[in-house]
Design a protein around this ligand. Sequence first.
Ligand SMILES: [Zn+2]
Length: 383
Amino acid sequence: MECKRCGNTDKNYFYKGHKGIYCRKCVSFKRILLEEEQTPLDYEVSREVSDYYFAFPLTVFQEDIALKCLRQIKESDVLLHCVCGAGKTEIVVRSIEDYLKRGLKVCYAISRREVVKELYIRFQKIFPDAEVVAVYGGHHDRLTGDLIVCTTHQLFRYYQTFDLLVLDEVDAFPLSGNKELMHIALNSARGNIIFSTATVNDFLRDVLKERNYKELKLYIRPSLKPMIVPKVYYGLKPYLGILLFFLLKRMDKQCIIFVSTRKECRTLYHIYRCFFNCTYVYSDLDKRDENIMAFKDKKYQHIFATTVLERGITIKDVNVIVMNLHKGIFAEENIIQMLGRVGRNYANPNGEAYILSRYRTKDIRNSVGFIKEANELSEMSLL
Ligand SMILES: [Zn+2]
């Protein structure tokens, strides 16, 4: 027995209701019977989509990989392996345009709701004539349009529907390590998939093993500037607290201070608000979006954040401090993503990055090593 939706074959997860058999692995998406036929979502793409429009031109390196991606995606899946801030979204735009103009169905899926909202606005600017539709938890009355931007969790609504699926941040929660969700995501495409990521982990390698794909790499950011290598300080909590104070005091840019727990986020905010104009954010905070927007609008100098701000959201011209007060909470991928928030501004790619850590961990060492290595590779490709 196999669940057609999530691929589960473990019989312990099937149960018999009075209407028939259900799969419990994926029942949280929407209750369907095992024998229930799933059908592709049928809708028209207008084809009236005009050329894409960018506020900034692509660099020759982005242009090059964008063309390679466009050529390759017609043959097989593509693994787009780019450093943070390389402009992954811009790189896939050429492929998206090509599909839309042929009247084919395209979806851009990413894990977080707030990133979907941001991408929705970005894609409306890139394709001003296309009808862009955003779909996420609590926002799914409209499911069809020219270009669908949704959370990976919403892909269960689109069985075998898309001719081109862009799966962004495949290395991240909740997709990474979640076989059922990955199965549902893969099942939403009837055509090829662009897997887009900054780091390739074992889970993703396993998924790709089963598929026909080509890897395309880009280590150069649009600014042509290397990623900022962080300064790392180790010490006891009080020392790190004082250090944080002086670092923030000296900064003339906005700073995101990443912490590992909600409690820490609140505590540090309540201490440092006495000295700085700052705010805070974590995933289930009521004022989450409000605080993020206010920070983006530069109403606050600094923001304390859990990893909710780690990915996707582009805030221009900021510094980053990673406060690591616990062992083993921040993995290498998280640290790279957090540090990747620095220097995202095309016009002003500079910034400062710090890791203040209570412990010496392998993940910190590896992430700094990764950034240095990516910079070296990037330098070599620039020669
Ligand atoms: Zn299932």
